[in-house]
Design a protein around this ligand. Structure first.
Ligand code: GLN
Length: 446
């Protein structure tokens, strides 16, 4: 109840919620109380959380931040929603996001931009900007997000949170509305690594309903937190410290490096030579997959339908033109073009080959080091509207995060202090299924 009041008082300034589910939350909280009274004591039992509005929730609107799905109520819960509810977590509602998770500023939402709680004139990052703002403003202790190219880690960095993108296949995508299926992965945003460990322990695990879910046992994420870092080999990729990085952020990363050394880590310079190709390759692959995934929104089966269509083609065209925002339409056009006969080999196939090179870079690097450390973002939170007319400059903000999605490896952003009153994040990357190592390092550092 106290958080519901806080949301009522504070969220009008932030716009982090699309839907607050007060009645359902109170019912879930009562059920959690009853379980506790019977002697149950799971860490998430009664814990208030929120879901990014692309996780399907039965009987509650799941909008994906789009006019297209403004009227969509899923007939089922996403696996992530289901698992957290079964663990007794109390969902207070659905959180704002960039439309169909496309963006790095949470400005493309049909429900309006989200503000950064540290400075209301700035963006909170995206696309999980609502999740980040709500947790940073203490409206919730933890929230779910999704990360296709950085959408958990980047907003976590810009709002002083810990955000984890698990290994591709670790968290079920069933019921999570797809942006780019080979890159999308759900994960937690919270204040600390410990809270992320609690969330991940419930969210992760094999799900037969997701064909890319991996059937491999979970680590004990909580137990891993306390391991000392003695002997940990940390790699610093030289490509992460080049042109485009705010020098104050570079300094903040070096402070983190010194702190890890004090905790017993050794540091080594490494190279990820194909990183320069990551943005062009991602911005072919992600829109290509999005153009295919979003073809289902045709005005017939789901969501928005235009008024008075004259025929079927008019219905498709106008429903899609009116239902999708500018950024989504831009990506559908780019993706459709890249996949078209005659261009497929030059763009899509080439991008897939680069993706393999990027993956190989990580495999080689992890033969020498246990984790890779660098900045999460090249810049601090920017002013609302600053990049609206320049999509490419927004795409460049993803430079350090998208490689983990292309390779499928896990990545975590942790708070690393403030510059001029704005939060800075440091990113850790680890080999496949080493989420426990990321959480361990972040916990020891925090
Ligand atoms: N900013 C990236 C994009 O717009 C990443 C988004 C995401 O991870 N969902 O595609």
């Amino acid at each position: 109840r106290s958080l519901l009041t806080r949301i009522q008082q504070i969220d009008p300034q932030l716009n982090s919620f699309i839907t607050v589910t007060e009645d359902r939350a109170l019912a879930q909280a009562q059920a959690a109380d009853a379980r506790r009274a019977k002697g149950e004591n799971g860490a998430l039992l009664g814990a208030p959380i929120g879901h990014k509005d692309l996780f399907c929730t039965q009987g509650i609107r799941t909008s994906c931040g789009s006019k297209m799905l403004d009227n969509f109520e899923a007939p089922y819960d996403a696996t992530v929603v289901d698992r957290l509810a079964a663990a007794g977590a109390v969902s207070l509602g659905k959180l704002n996001m960039d439309e169909f998770a496309m963006g790095s500023a949470n400005e493309s939402s049909h429900y309006g931009p989200v503000k950064n709680p540290w400075d209301l004139s700035r963006v909170p990052g995206g696309s999980s900007g609502g999740s980040a703002a709500a947790v940073a403003a203490r409206l919730l202790p933890a929230a779910t997000g999704s990360d296709t190219g950085g959408s958990i880690r980047q907003p976590a960095a810009l709002t002083n949170l810990t955000g984890l993108k698990p290994t591709y296949g670790r968290v079920s995508r069933w019921g999570m509305i797809a942006y780019a299926s080979s890159l999308d992965q759900g994960g937690p945003l919270a204040r600390t690594a410990e809270d992320c460990a609690l969330m991940l322990g419930v969210m992760a695990g094999f799900d037969p309903k997701d064909s890319t879910s991996v059937d491999q046992p979970l680590d004990d994420y909580l137990a891993a937190l306390s391991k000392p870092l003695t002997g940990l080999r940390v790699g610093l990729p030289k490509e992460y410290f080049g042109e485009g990085l705010d020098s104050k952020i570079a300094d903040a990363v070096m402070v983190a490096v010194e702190a890890l050394k004090k905790l017993g880590a050794t540091v080594k310079d490494i190279s990820l030579p194909n990183m320069q190709h990551a943005i062009p390759s991602y911005y072919v692959i992600a829109p290509a997959e999005a153009s295919s995934n979003l073809s289902r929104f045709d005005g017939v089966r789901f969501g928005y339908r235009c008024e008075n269509p004259v025929d079927l083609t008019d219905l498709y065209k106008r429903s899609r033109a009116e239902g999708f925002g500018d950024e989504v339409r831009r990506r559908i056009m780019v993706g459709t073009y890249a996949l078209s006969a005659g261009y497929y080999d030059a763009y899509y196939l080439k991008a897939q080959k680069i993706r393999r090179l990027i993956k190989n870079d990580f495999v080689s690097a992890f033969a020498e080091v246990d984790v890779i450390l660098g900045p999460t973002t090249p810049n601090l939170a920017w002013k609302l509207g600053e990049k609206n007319n320049d999509p490419v400059s927004a795409y460049l903000e993803d430079i350090y995060t998208i490689t983990a999605n292309l390779a499928g490896i896990p990545g975590l952003s942790m708070p690393a202090g403030f510059i001029d009153g704005l939060p800075v994040g440091v990113q850790l990357l680890a080999p496949y299924f080493q989420e426990s190592r990321l959480l361990n390092v972040a916990h020891q550092y925090q």
